[in-house]
Design a protein around this ligand. Structure first.
Ligand SMILES: NC(=O)c1ccc[n+]([C@@H]2O[C@H](COP(=O)([O-])OP(=O)(O)OC[C@H]3O[C@@H](n4cnc5c(N)ncnc54)[C@H](OP(=O)(O)O)[C@@H]3O)[C@@H](O)[C@H]2O)c1
Length: 327
């Protein structure tokens, strides 16, 4: 089978198409015949060796949000059958014809949900849901600011924030096309956070009160400014560092002492400590998608062998929604 790997850190062209033995499912695993793989921004940082979570070992094999059918089942796996159609977050070796996945976190899929769109159920929709509700504790009528609001996770967060009754939902993103998409998906206000004065526009959109919940996957200076935008008892949920890389956002205790909360989120930790919330989230998110309350946007579908191009697009910040590779 084909798999995309890299043997050194660097630019997208370090990604190589290689032949490998198909994976065998270990205990608690299944192997999936891959129909579509949703790419993730974090894999570009791993490929460059600047992933905030620490260096990933070489050779690298990018992870991603896989959709396909189960073709073999490892020891100790119950409740999954050969031929089942599933979505799964695969942490390593996702850009391939076949991929091994942890059976615990498979999302069963109905036959009529298109594969590319369904990739968003593997992890991005879970991140959107739990940053907003489990950690962000958003309540109806509260204001929400979503950074990278047209991204794979961000465009889902905008829609869920609306579905949960947040008002206003403020989208921040880096281009006119992205702001337009965020508005179409329900944002009340859309602001270009690459422009000077963006924070003043956010404050204005809340009538000067500040924001109740900020969803921050950008880091660096954006995080620091966003803490200053929090309303009393407001919560900033930090879950990614797209701009910061390894740089930890700097802020002082005095920035948060005025009744502000800064919290972190990692899906891996939620799986470990509150699997019940992740299971319930998977069911809820599928319902939202099937009912049309959650509309997944696919920016482009590229052949698997064009993985390097998908990373170029991710790094150039060109995408709205998800870039998907098709084996
Ligand atoms: N904590 C978790 O459990 C978890 C799980 C998955 C992903 N994540 C994190 O969530 C974030 C979003 O992931 P995603 O896959 O949905 O990516 P994405 O939002 O589709 O892409 C990243 C976006 O970040 C924005 N950005 C801002 N500054 C940037 C910079 N200097 N360089 C590149 N991009 C910049 C860009 O949007 P604009 O052009 O609009 O600025 C870019 O499109 C990532 O940081 C990822 O690490 C966290």
């Amino acid at each position: 089978m084909r798999i995309i790997r890299y043997h050194e850190y660097g630019a997208p062209d370090v990604l190589r198409v290689e032949e490998a033995e198909p994976p065998r499912p270990g205990p608690g695993q299944v192997v999936i015949d891959v129909a579509a793989v949703g790419t993730q921004f974090a894999t570009t940082q791993q490929r460059r060796g600047i992933y905030p979570g620490g260096p990933s070992p070489l050779p690298g094999a990018p992870g991603g949000d896989v959709v396909g059918t189960v073709s073999s089942i490892g020891p100790g796996v119950d409740g999954v059958g050969i031929g089942d159609r599933v979505a799964a977050l695969v942490l390593r070796g996702a850009y391939a014809d076949q991929a091994a996945a942890d059976a615990r976190w498979l999302v069963p899929l109905p036959p009529d949900l298109p594969a590319a769109e369904a990739t968003l159920l593997a992890s991005p929709a879970q991140v959107a849901l739990h940053t907003l509700r489990t950690v962000g504790r958003v309540a109806p009528g509260e204001s929400v600011l979503v950074h990278a609001a047209a991204g794979a996770i961000g465009h889902l967060t905008v829609q869920l924030a609306r579905a949960f009754g947040a008002d206003p939902v403020i989208a921040a993103a880096g281009s006119a096309a992205k702001l337009e998409l965020a508005r179409q998906l329900g944002a009340h206000v859309a602001i270009d956070y690459g422009q000077p004065g963006w924070a003043d526009q956010v404050r204005e959109a809340t009538g000067g009160r500040g924001v109740d919940v900020v969803l921050d996957s950008v880091g660096a200076e954006i995080t620091r400014e966003s803490i200053g935008l929090l309303a009393p008892l407001g919560r900033l949920v930090f879950y990614g560092s797209a701009a910061g890389g390894l740089q930890v956002p700097q802020f002082s205790g005095m920035d948060v002492i005025g009744l502000r909360y800064v919290a972190g989120f990692a899906l891996s930790q939620l799986r470990l400590h509150r699997p019940d919330l992740v299971d319930a989230g998977a069911r809820e998110l599928l319902d939202h998608m099937l009912a049309g309350r959650l509309r997944p946007v696919v920016h482009s579908r590229l052949p698997l062998v064009e993985a390097a191009k998908s990373h170029e697009l991710l790094e150039s910040r060109a995408q709205t929604g998800k870039i998907v590779l098709i084996p």
